[in-house]
Design a protein around this ligand. Structure first.
Ligand code: ATP
Ligand code: MG
Length: 181
């Protein structure tokens, strides 16, 4: 499905969704849903997230112009993940991101949790900015996750911080299917 050229020509900005409150990945998914409805081709690469079991992966299979690629090891399930493994997966995620950004094949590229990758020292803000500089014209980008570096804030066009006011996690309610994953 080719997007309307009038829609496409206004794209090309960089968004950041950061902060400690819930809503960063769900904001990415909301945007992905909206963009896909307009016929835009959307790719979401999820850094630091494992291969299966998220509601968004199941839903995306039903939308032909929305692809989600998880590129992380499973930290959440108590498995020991080595720094080398994280580094290798981040490098591979960056390679895929570079390919997607430069190809012009995607109208919206979402790099979910890449801010965490930068704050963990797995990817450098300089490398991420250099990659963004090489993106095809009219490719809109989202960088999400906690702890975004200042250089990325300075570079971005739109920055939103989800501020934690309350989260049920702190009264013992863990992640729930369909709401958190
Ligand atoms: P979501 O995917 O629900 O939009 P998020 O992307 O903003 O959340 P992450 O920082 O990626 O949040 O957190 C990963 C997981 O922790 C998600 O299941 C999320 O719902 C949950 N979470 C988010 N904020 C908090 C918080 N302040 N305390 C505890 N858990 C949180
Ligand atoms: Mg998230």
């Amino acid at each position: 499905m080719a997007p309307d050229p009038d829609i496409k020509k206004k794209l090309g900005l960089v968004h950041v969704y950061t902060g400690n409150g819930k809503g960063k990945t769900t904001a990415c998914l909301g945007l992905a849903f909206r963009a896909s409805g307009r016929g835009l081709n959307v790719l979401m690469i999820q850094f630091l997230k494992p291969a299966k079991g998220y509601g968004e992966h199941i839903a995306a299979e039903r939308i032909p112009n929305l692809t989600i690629i998880p590129m992380g090891a499973d930290h959440m399930c108590g498995r020991d993940v080595t720094r080398e493994e994280d580094m290798a997966l981040t490098k591979e995620g960056m390679r895929k991101a570079e390919e997607a950004l430069t190809s012009g094949e995607y109208d919206l590229v979402i790099l979910d949790e890449i801010n965490n990758s930068m704050s963990f020292g797995l990817a450098s803000p300089q490398d991420v900015i250099a990659m963004l500089e090489r993106r095809a014209p009219n490719t809109e980008v989202v960088l999400s996750g906690r702890g975004v570096p200042q250089e990325i804030i300075d570079y971005a066009d739109l920055v939103t911080e989800m501020r934690l006011i309350k989260h049920p996690f702190y009264r013992g309610i863990g992640a729930r299917k369909g709401i958190e994953y």
